[in-house]
Each structure stands twice: as C-alpha cells, then as structure tokens.
Design a protein around this ligand. Structure first.
Ligand SMILES: Nc1ncnc2c1ncn2[C@@H]1O[C@H](COP(=O)(O)OP(=O)(O)O)[C@@H](O)[C@H]1O
Ligand SMILES: [Mg+2]
Length: 291
C-alpha cells in the first residue's frame, strides 16, 4: 500500500525568502529521515541551488526544448542527504508564459507517477508570487498541493502578495483546491514587525507558523552555496528552521482564509503607518524603538 504523500506549496513575493526558507525546511526534513522532493516553480530556476552546493540543474522546460519526450528521471537530481530536486524552469525571457511551464512540469512528473515511485513523504513546491496568472495557481488548484503557506515579511508589498494568495485560495476552495496553512514570517527582528504580522493574520483568520529572524548566518550559508542547516547546523537559525520544519510536518489543519479587500488593506496599512509614527515619536512605549 502506498503511503500518504504530504504536498505543500510555499508562495510569496519575489525576493522575500521563499527558496531560502523552503530549502532549509527540505534540509531539516531529510535530516530528520523523511524523503523529500523540492519542486522549484519559479522561472529563475534557483530554488534548489543551496541544496546542491550552489549548482544549477537543467529544468524540465530545458529538457523539453531539447526533445519532445522526456523521462521525468532526467529532471530529478539529488542534493543534501538525498533530497530530490526539480526545477520547472521558464520560457526564454520576453517570450511565452511562465505559468505554462509549471503546468507542463507538474504534469510530466504526475503522468509518470514519480512521487509514488520515489516513495516520498513530502513534496514541497516553491512558487513565485502573487496569484495573478493561472499557471502560478496550479499547485493550489486541482489538489496538487493540500497545504499552502506564504513567506512574508512585515513590508506592505509582501503582505499585499500574501493577501492576493489568500484570494486565490478562497476562489478555488470550493472546487477541491488547497487550503491555507499560515504565514512563515521572515526577516522579523523587531517587536513592531512582529506586531504588524500578528495583526494581519488576525484580520485574515489565519496564523503565523514561525517567526524567522533576518540573520547573517543565512547570508553566509547562501554565499557558500549551502542551506543554513548544512553550513551552520549548530546555529540558532538552523534551530529556527528545524522548528518550522517540525511544525510543517505535523501540520494538518489548513483552512479558507479571509483576505482583505484592497481598500480594507489600504485602510489597515494606513492605521499602522500612524502607529509607527507614534512609536517613532516615542508616544506609545515612552521610548524610541529603532526602526
Ligand atoms: N532570514 C533571512 N536572513 C538573511 N537573509 C535572508 C533570509 N531570508 C532570505 N534571505 C536572503 O534574501 C535573498 C532572497 O531570498 P530567496 O530565498 O532567494 O527569495 P525568493 O525565493 O523569495 O525569491 C537571498 O539573498 C537570501 O539569502
Ligand atoms: Mg526563489
């Protein structure tokens, strides 16, 4: 009997830390003995770099451009402690649709039953951005992923992208789409950043899965071509990623979030702007907090 494969999608705005976070989750899960496949769904095709000593791999779309029939095994590469790495790839810059690449790549692996064949415990999709294009919604639609998380800092554009993602989830939730697991709060180093994210999850009926600080350990690891788990296994930051991975491994209860309408989101952010001014002016805590 085949075991249950847990399929997770991690979304977020470009440059927010999706690949860094996803790769560290994958590394922590393989370290804990699970079988994991990380599926990069960003035309940048760099999702799995730090699991493979900084090296790029040929993408599914690269392979399909060379020949019409591709054996899915050709697109799967092993990395840190046997983690499986796949990159969907993208069209040549300026031509074609990036979303289509994701559809094609996911279909290829599904048709050839690769997830079952590899006896996986987890498939983690690392997906770019706002759900503005049908292709990027593929892991949410059609039950490809069951649980969706978003990486977000407390910056408005990042929260805006998370809110958009929630709108996509809400839209597909009636037709068997994925549900929302929560926000992975990245680059949270001050109490006001935490307060902003905490307030946003309250407004949208969701939760913060883990607070991940911005840390030079991550930068060092990335520059050396590794995850933090691999480069600095005893660091505090590695422990943060292990905690996050444990929570994601245990996670079962995802739900339909309640995203804000665009004008509500604007009102909400304006109210935070006023609060930050008050904090800066020392009116709230009676002391000036560095921003
Ligand atoms: N918690 C963190 N601490 C320090 N640097 C981080 C952290 N998270 C992400 N970064 C850095 O931010 C940059 C963008 O991260 P990346 O994971 O590539 O973003 P994305 O996949 O969302 O485009 C990278 O240089 C990465 O090292
Ligand atoms: Mg990325």
């Amino acid at each position: 009997m085949s075991k249950q494969i847990k399929k997770i999608a991690i979304y977020g705005k470009g440059g927010i830390g999706k690949s860094t976070t996803t790769s560290n989750i994958s590394a922590a899960l393989v370290e804990a003995g699970y079988k994991v496949l990380q599926f990069g769904c960003d035309p940048k095709s760099d999702s799995t770099n730090t699991l493979r000593n900084g090296k790029y791999i040929p993408t599914v779309l690269d392979l399909l451009r060379k020949k019409s029939k591709v054996d899915a095994h050709e697109a799967i590469f092993e990395g840190f402690k046997g983690v499986y790495c796949v990159e969907a790839g993208g069209p040549a810059p300026g031509v074609g649709c990036a979303g289509r690449g994701i559809i094609t790549a996911v279909e290829l692996l599904k048709q050839q039953n690769i997830f079952e064949e590899l006896d996986l415990d987890f498939v983690i999709f690392d997906v770019l951005g706002d759900v503005v294009c049908g292709g990027f919604a593929v892991p949410i639609r059609e039950g490809i992923a069951e649980h969706v998380f978003t990486v977000s800092s407390s910056d408005f554009m990042s929260i805006y992208a998370s809110n958009n993602l929630m709108k996509g989830i809400e839209k597909y939730s009636n037709s068997g789409g994925a549900l929302f697991g929560g926000i992975i709060a990245n680059s949270i180093n001050t109490s006001y950043q935490k307060a902003i994210i905490d307030d946003f999850v309250k407004k949208t009926s969701t939760q913060v899965v883990e607070y991940v600080p911005r840390s030079i350990t991550v930068t060092q690891a990335e520059l050396s071509g590794h995850t933090t788990i691999e480069a600095a296994p005893k660091s505090q930051q590695a422990e943060v990623y292990r905690n996050l991975a444990r929570k994601i491994a245990k996670h079962t209860e995802s739900r339909v979030p309640t995203p804000l309408e665009t004008d509500q989101l604007r009102e909400w952010s304006a109210q935070w702007a006023d609060q930050l001014l008050a904090i800066e002016a020392g009116e709230v805590r009676g002391e000036k907090e560095s921003i």
